[in-house]
Design a binder for this molecule. Sequence first.
Ligand SMILES: [Mg+2]
Length: 217
Amino acid sequence: MNSPRSILHVDMDAFYASVEQRDNPELRGKPVIVGGTSGRGVVAAASYEVRKFGVRSAMPIRRALTLCPHAICVRPRMRRYAEVSAQVFAIFNDYTPLVEGLSLDEAYLDVTASLGLKGDPLHIARDIKQRIAIETALTASVGVAGNKLVAKIASDLDKPDGLTVVTAETLQTVLDPLPVRRLPGLGRKKGEQVHAAGLTTLGARTRRRHRRSARHR
Ligand SMILES: [Mg+2]
């Protein structure tokens, strides 16, 4: 058997929108959409204030403005986001060389070999969140687990500014009740098909297998 690993998935909260709100105080507490300013194109990022209206990333701006007509559209400043991203990734690299970036604002960190030196995974996760807060004045959500998939699911469970640890002991309790759409990479269409097939939660298949094995007993 493989020896247990400790993986962190760190995901900045509403990254582009949060950078804009940090840099422009007049945007703080307001519904901010980062994306085209002419009413065309799609939402690149949505602040938490605008998400309350149902606005999501990748949604056409036109639709977003129907949902929230008073939203403030801000043109993306990719060079700025890349600068902040470099600051955040420099923090990650202080904890492990095994950093796998997924985008400017998201990465897996394998801290298995760092544990003795830097404390347990929970301690490392808290430390990283605190350093991000101090050094960038932004928040991140972190998932801690024994593999990348579960760490990624976990980082999404307590957003924003979240920290969720899933151990081998709590794995099923945490994952089983989650809706299937929580599975990264499933996609909306495939998710609907899986849902239509009666598998509404991540635990659905597991339960059916349990029933079957009980019958055979
Ligand atoms: Mg993010």
